[in-house]
Design a protein. Structure first.
Length: 465
């Protein structure tokens, strides 16, 4: 096992990114821990494989006509980005603000929403909610194009309060109605024509025409409203400002963060009835929300530098989502060193594991934690990891094996070296004993090293982060 600092950095990179290779940890270990956190939050390099390469190789990820292209395109970014926390935060918000293809039926618009989350996901929460409320995919997903002055549709107002900001029990039914009134007229420009035109596939290779936001002043209810105890001629931005001043909002976002970045919690519908796993941690994040001016970046800075995050008690206490698992494995294997046809297969394998990006099961998003694990999905997860990490032809695996075997490692040290190469993975004692038995069963050569990497990938510990 590496030093405590190295193991802490590996923990950080699993949570704030998609894991780290041994070579990446070598570089990070030369830096102060707080500096690593700061660089993740304000990355000096945000480059990735590149839009020009992906769209040239995969026409579908240029056109975005189906529901598959956007997820494949995003997976490229998660696997090849040099700013992993930017993508991890985007994935976090995609689950909170779950929006799906079956109703939007427009891959380009959904991909644009992810780009919006990427731009705003580490900024101020009020700015993020405002951008979300103007996002065409969200407008259609929650019917705000049908929310008119004098004939409100409550769908967006309700979910904004229930699932996006405050949580059940923090508002009244009258607050839902008043929020809906405030968002009347927040719609899509030239709605009927654009919805019809966007369904046409004749604009190849550019794909369907994407929608854009429009505020229809003539359809907006400008009357006096009373919302969360405040009264005025509120519009949507005013309502968002009131929401963001509430302690319930700070605590709701803090619990989401803890659930995603620290340790698995109960699903959101149970939060009104079950105390947080770590109330003190939620309190620290709530304080950071207000002291940082609603800054998500400052909340995460507090989180990653906190004692509760650094504690060994929370390590390997989260089950990786399929997107986290697939991205982490592909970063290790190096398979996506260039655009590849197999990207389509990788995205399908994520779906078989239970997560189709841009197609959550409901507006609640995916229930996470151990609900990711069931008989069929577990087999798919193990098979995917073993196939990638047990393939000596993969550039990342070939490099690992060369370093392991080339160092003249003994059978006693084989497991430790493989765990180090995979990013300081830690195993339960029983698993470690079984794998050491495998190491002792024959000479250390390329085949045995690859076999050990495959067995680590098949372990229960590898499914957690």
């Amino acid at each position: 096992m590496g030093s405590e600092k190295r193991r802490l950095l590996a923990h950080l990179m699993r949570r704030a990114g998609f894991g780290a290779t041994s070579e990446e940890l070598d570089r990070l270990e030369r830096l102060d821990y707080d500096r690593v956190v700061d660089d993740l939050l304000d990355p000096p390099d945000t480059s990735w494989m590149g839009d020009h390469l992906v769209r040239r190789f995969h026409h579908e990820q240029s056109g975005m006509i189906s529901g598959f292209g956007p997820g494949e395109y995003w997976l490229y970014r998660m696997v090849t980005t040099k700013a992993p926390l930017v993508e991890k935060a985007t994935l976090f918000w995609h689950n909170v603000f779950a929006t799906g293809y079956p109703k939007v039926v427009h891959g380009k618009v959904l991909s644009n929403q992810i780009a919006m989350l990427r731009r705003n996901g580490l900024g101020r929460f009020d700015d993020l909610l405002t951008a979300l409320s103007r996002d065409p995919a969200m407008i259609v997903w929650l019917d705000n194009q049908d929310n008119h002055g004098g004939a409100i549709n409550e769908n967006y107002g309700r979910e904004l309060l229930e699932l996006f900001s405050m949580g059940v029990g923090s508002y009244s039914e009258d607050d839902v109605k008043e929020a809906a009134r405030a968002f009347t007229g927040w719609t899509i420009a030239n709605t009927e024509y654009m919805v019809l035109r966007s369904n046409r596939d004749s604009d190849w290779p550019y794909g369907r025409i994407a929608w854009r936001f429009e505020l229809d002043e003539g359809d907006h209810d400008d009357g006096v409203k009373t919302f969360l105890g405040e009264t005025g001629r509120f519009n949507g931005e005013d309502v968002i400002g009131i929401i963001c001043r509430q302690e319930a909002t700070a605590r709701f976002i803090a619990r989401h963060m803890y659930h995603f970045f620290v340790a698995d919690e109960y699903p959101v519908p149970q939060w009104p009835h079950v105390e947080p796993r770590d109330p003190e941690a939620i309190g620290q994040l709530t304080d950071a929300y207000f002291s940082g001016g609603y800054s998500i970046r400052e909340m995460l800075r507090t989180l990653f530098k906190s004692d509760f995050f650094k504690s060994e008690d929370v390590r390997y206490k989260r089950v990786k989502s399929p997107a986290e698992l697939a991205s982490g494995v592909l970063r290790l294997s190096g398979h996506l060193d260039r655009p590849r046809r197999e990207m389509i297969v990788h995205a399908l394998r994520m779906q078989y594991m239970g997560q189709w990006l841009h197609n959550p099961p409901s507006v609640e998003g995916w229930h996470q934690g151990e609900e990711w694990i069931e008989t069929g999905s577990l087999v798919e997860r193990v098979n995917f990891a073993c196939e990638q990490l047990g393939d000596a032809d993969m550039p990342g695996i070939a490099s690992m094996v060369s370093r392991i075997v080339g160092e003249g490692v003994s059978s006693d040290d084989l497991l430790a070296r493989c765990l180090e190469e995979l990013g300081e993975i830690e195993l339960a004692e029983g698993t470690r004993e079984s794998l050491n038995d495998y190491a002792a069963a024959g000479p250390v050569d390329d085949e045995r090293a690859v076999g050990m990497l495959r067995l680590v990938a098949a372990s229960p510990d590898f499914q957690r982060c």
